[in-house]
Design a binder for this molecule. Structure first.
Ligand SMILES: NC(=O)C1=CN([C@@H]2O[C@H](COP(=O)(O)OP(=O)(O)OC[C@H]3O[C@@H](n4cnc5c(N)ncnc54)[C@H](O)[C@@H]3O)[C@@H](O)[C@H]2O)C=CC1
Ligand SMILES: O=C(O)CCC(=O)C(=O)O
Length: 526
């Protein structure tokens, strides 16, 4: 019989589902060393946010087939390590949406009406009404950062409470914002105008410390901030400072840079700060939803069936998956690249399946390309199941064509996207050894494998240009791992693709475009 380890508290309904097919051991509070030691016994691992599933734990799981995260964020799982071992990682992208949205709204109202401190005051025997004069949210402006599932529900309810909604989300269409009666604005304007700011975004390199000293300085003294998304999006030291000095009116935090929250300057603040211990998903309903969602998927995978909400591997029959796996990776990589080249808000994606990929069984490749395209915006929320729906909801027009006559590789994919940064295309194929190669960018022929940090330029093919870019990058201590130029005619337009050892430091891109002959420059991070 299969064995499942449940290493965080999970609703009993999930345990009951797992018990239909497996022996279930609930062992919470294990140390990383204990987890590594016992992992070889288990076929499946079910967690919430409490267990950090490291590479060491995954590698110890010699029989492990699936890791189930009863919630949305899989940032506590080393997903690439799991993928390398062919272990499916599943989550519950929507099971706790309402719970998290309601917690953010509850935090906004608690903060406005000093409910936590007033409660403590009454319980300590006082009847102090003067100290707890609050503010109303009616007719105030709410700035929603991240208009995804949770942000949209917060916006809808806040609207019903009479609030005006501003939203910042570079990946959401104006039409979607209009449906929610929200005005899409730039972040600076939101910082300047909002009375309340609520964060509903994933934690990514771009969103880490999005709310820092500089951002806080743009806010009104009456602004209140709510964070029920991820710790680290707010710079806690900078926030504590402005709260102490009364430069903004208050904050309510459910998530922290380090959890559990240890020593912190936040703890000494008064009624202008409300703190909860990552309770966003902690409702009876959400815990039942996520437990069912994830336990059913673990049960199915243990029975040899596909998972419906896999973050890393699509829900296909194992034999079909085995054949398609390299091409799915190709499609996802190309989708991710073209999404970044074309910019945040994508209007359309043209996918051309070429050569032997131009068959009717190629639907999963379209889905993989969309998953890659949306991954910058949605991170772990996008999977092989919801990618098409998410694209539709975001108003992305998807056009697929097939051309079996193109035979430069046995099968290749050509993706063309129209977005905020214009129209861009990328073609890729698999080499004999299964390695992905990018074979054209914006119709210029090249031949490079994708790498984690890439820089692309569109420039005039003229002497000295390569040297100028090299010197500029060198002056910022950026090391070039490889470089290739693609051109159609001598001294015409050309593209340059550079693989860099490190991410491009901020500000260099605009310096690159100042080099004579460079028309445009883009970075892609994979
Ligand atoms: N406190 C808690 O217990 C819970 C926290 N969460 C967290 O809440 C967050 C939001 O979750 P969902 O709404 O389900 O995700 P979602 O994927 O539906 O929405 C996220 C939105 O953020 C947008 N976005 C991405 N990068 C952005 C950027 N740089 N600036 C502005 N917007 C950006 C995306 O376009 C997307 O619309 C996630 O971080 C999730 O992990 C979710 C559930 C419970
Ligand atoms: O499991 C929990 O309570 C945390 C939920 C959460 O943060 C998530 O689902 O992303």
């Amino acid at each position: 019989m299969s064995k499942v380890l449940v290493s965080d508290p999970i609703d009993q309904v999930g345990i009951d589902i797992l018990s239909q097919v497996a022996q279930v051991d609930v062992k919470t509070g294990l140390s990383p060393e204990e987890l590594v030691r016992i992992m070889p016994e288990y076929d499946a691992l079910m967690i919430r946010s409490g267990t950090r599933v490291t590479k060491e734990i995954i590698e110890a799981g010699k029989q492990l087939k699936i890791i189930g995260r009863a919630g949305v964020g899989v940032d506590n799982v080393d997903v690439p390590a799991a993928t390398r071992q062919g272990i499916v990682v599943v989550n519950s992208p929507e099971g706790n949406t309402i719970a998290a949205a309601e917690h953010a709204l509850a935090m906004m109202l608690s903060l406005s009406r000093h409910i936590p401190d007033a409660n403590a005051s009454v319980k300590s025997g006082q009847w102090d009404r003067k100290s707890f004069i609050g503010t109303e949210v009616y007719k105030k402006t709410l700035g929603v950062v991240g208009l995804g599932k949770i942000g949209s529900h917060v916006a809808t309810v806040a609207k019903a409470m009479g609030m005006k909604i501003l939203a910042y989300d570079p990946f959401i269409s104006v039409e979607r914002a209009e449906e929610l009666d929200a005005r899409l604005v730039e972040l600076d304007l939101l910082f300047q105008e909002a009375d309340y700011i609520t964060l509903h975004i994933p934690k990514t390199p771009e969103t880490t410390h999005l709310i820092n000293a500089e951002a806080l300085a743009k806010m009104k003294p009456t602004t209140r901030i709510i964070n029920c998304s991820r710790g680290g999006i707010i710079d806690e030291a900078a926030l504590a400072e402005v709260l102490k000095e009364g430069k903004i009116a208050g904050a309510a935090l459910d998530v922290f840079e380090t959890e559990p929250l240890g020593e912190s300057s936040l703890k000494s603040l008064g009624k202008n700060l409300v703190l909860t211990p990552h309770l966003g998903a902690s409702t009876a309903e959400a815990q039942v939803n996520v437990a069912i969602d994830v336990a059913e998927q673990i049960r199915d995978v243990l029975l040899g069936l596909p998972a419906r909400s896999a973050v890393n591997i699509p829900g296909l029959r194992p034999d079909v998956l085995e054949k398609l796996r390299p091409y799915l990776q190709l499609a996802e990589t190309l989708g991710n690249m073209v999404g970044q080249l074309a910019g945040g808000r994508i209007d359309s994606l043209n996918i051309r399946l070429q050569g032997e990929l131009a068959t009717n069984q190629s639907q999963p490749l379209i889905v993989a390309a969309l998953k890659g395209l949306l991954s910058q915006a949605l991170r772990e929320r996008v999977n092989y199941v919801n990618a098409s729906i998410e694209a539709k909801e975001r108003g992305i027009r998807v056009i697929e064509t097939r051309d079996a006559s193109i035979r430069d590789y046995s099968g290749s994919l050509h993706l063309e996207a129209q977005g905020t940064l214009g129209e861009h295309s990328v073609t890729g194929a698999l080499l004999g050894d299964g390695e992905i190669h990018i074979t054209s960018i914006d119709e210029f022929p090249i031949n490079v494998p994708p790498s984690p940090h890439m820089l692309f330029t569109l420039h005039r093919d003229m002497p000295g240009i390569i040297g100028n870019i090299g010197s500029l990058l060198g002056s910022f201590n950026v090391n070039i791992a490889s470089m290739q130029v693609g051109r159609k005619i001598v001294r015409g337009d050309a593209v340059m693709v550079l693989s860099l050892d490190d991410p491009l430091p901020e500000g260099i891109l605009s310096e690159i475009t100042k080099i004579p002959g460079i028309r445009d420059a883009y970075t892609v991070t994979l």
